[in-house]
Design a binder for this molecule. Sequence first.
Ligand SMILES: [Zn+2]
Length: 168
Amino acid sequence: MAKKAYEKAIKTRYTGKPLKLYDEKKAWVVRWPRALEHHHTYGLLTPFFKGLTQGRLMATRCVNPKCPQQSTWLPPRADCPDCYERMKWVRVPAKGKIYTYTLVDYAGVGIEMKTPYWQIDVEIKGVDTIFKGFLAEGKPYIGMPVKAVFRTKNPTHTILDVWWTPDE
Ligand SMILES: [Zn+2]
């Protein structure tokens, strides 16, 4: 019977590259470059991001007749937060009205956008939640009609594949 890997004697050797010293005083300093590649799954929310690349706003709607709310969520939820049943995907209008807004001077780490920019909350007919985004041009006011613009060419596959412009 063949021995399993953990039963064998193993000869181990170093496979890396020796690090370079760039300060050789009392406390050594070495240059140790590292790179991280992050793999992130959108899981059951993939249709939302796929929709953006196709020029569609995809939300989820609870169709459980016993649900006390039967709400439509955008950003979507895979499962209904009110009754925990799986939600149904629905396309919602790519236009709405500004519910509120703020000027972003200092964006968080990882926000790949030039500041300042207008962050807006958009109220969309048939959607029970408020969808957050940014106004690419113009100056917002509460109640301002806006329409979504989609990055269908060279998409980033992130939330930055949708933004808003005035619809007046
Ligand atoms: Zn529900």
